[in-house]
Design a protein around this ligand. Structure first.
Ligand code: NAP
Length: 306
């Protein structure tokens, strides 16, 4: 459906999770890729998969929160391929411990803001300048439903970062609209990746999330990727400053679609309740340990669940 032949796409957070899937999907659509994340070997492995599909790939490791790294990735990409047509600001972290705002540690707050918000801004500024000079380009920010509303996942820094990212999307979408650069966001509901798997599957949060999602299921990674490809393509040529929610109706439902978690499988025979296997997962038992005491703020009998 999409053809990105001749286009160069820079994707942050491309070493695993959603970013790795975005990378292989753009490769399948013919794009040249600049991939970045901190973990060099996993980045190279995604790069190798994309090269097998038949496209040119440049992997440059770096931390999105480090300005020198960001400049190095952008300069390296422009020097290798001549230009950057699309930026996908995907890199992000969260914190699944469920710490309430009144006890939220300052260093955790700073870390999340630095990666999820400042990192995205640095890339928008550096790549945006390049795009404005060539009078064309477009940016897709991976935001979150937490950017436009609250839910039971208590993580004040993530909510702040994603809310600000959504607002920056609107601001830059307008600020750069008459200079050839579009800026949009995709806001996923819950999908299973390294970021969320422990909480969603091990603690049974997938059930409570499904119970309050009008479609009664989590999202699939490809459903998020499709929205990213659309906004990055010329098919979305008159769309800018937009936050595209890909959330099974969650934010539209406004809470009214909650059913008892125990009943959530009432339509399981006709619709899958959770995505299939997630190939990129690297089990991290220490996460499980930290989550077992329970998630304050989540109204669910965590301790009873195995
Ligand atoms: P993930 O599986 O944890 O992957 C995160 C990616 O970001 C990895 O490639 C990681 O690579 C990279 N990253 C983290 N910190 C970085 C840093 N300082 N510098 C450079 N790269 C960094 O998470 P995901 O679920 O795919 O999330 C991708 C995006 O979707 C995030 O922005 C997230 O907030 C958003 N999102 C996810 C969900 C969900 O349900 N999963 C829902 C809504 C929004 P390295 O560790 O190698 O650096």
């Amino acid at each position: 459906m999409f053809n990105f032949s001749g286009k160069t796409i820079l994707i942050t957070g491309a070493s695993y999770g959603l970013g790795a899937n975005i990378a292989t999907s753009f490769a399948s659509a013919g794009a040249r890729l600049i991939l970045t994340a901190r973990t060099q070997d996993r980045l190279e492995s995604v790069g190798a998969q994309c090269r097998e599909i038949g496209v040119e790939v440049l992997c440059i490791s770096g931390d999105v929160a480090n300005e020198d790294d960001v400049k190095n990735v952008v300069a390296g990409g422009v020097s290798e391929f001549g230009c950057i047509d699309v930026l996908i600001n995907n890199a992000g972290i969260s914190d699944s411990r469920g710490i309430s705002a009144e006890r939220f540690p300052t260093d955790t707050f700073d870390n999340i803001m630095n990666i999820d918000l400042k990192g995205a801004f640095l890339y928008m500024r550096e790549v945006g300048l390049h795009m404005l000079m060539k009078k064309s380009g477009n940016i897709v920010n991976i935001c979150s439903i937490k950017g436009s509303g609250a839910n039971e996942n208590t993580n004040i820094a993530y909510a702040a970062a994603k809310g600000a990212m959504r607002n920056i999307t609107q601001q830059l979408g307008c600020e750069w609209a008459d200079r050839g650069v579009r800026v949009n966001a995709v806001s996923p509901g819950y999908i299973i990746t390294d970021m969320t798997r422990m909480a969603l599957q091990k603690l049974g949060m997938d059930k409570i999330i499904a119970s309050r999602t009008p479609m009664r299921r989590l999202g699939e990674v490809h459903e998020i990727v499709n929205a990213v490809l659309f906004l990055a393509s010329d098919m979305a040529g008159y769309i800018t400053g937009h936050d595209l929610l890909v959330d099974g109706g969650t934010n539209a439902g406004n809470g009214y679609y909650q059913i008892q978690p125990l009943l959530h499988e009432w339509n399981a025979e006709t619709a899958p309740m959770a995505p299939g296997a997630y190939p990129g997962l690297v089990p991290r038992p220490e996460w499980m340990e930290s989550l077992l005491p329970g998630l304050p703020g989540i109204h669910f009998p965590v301790a009873d669940r195995k």
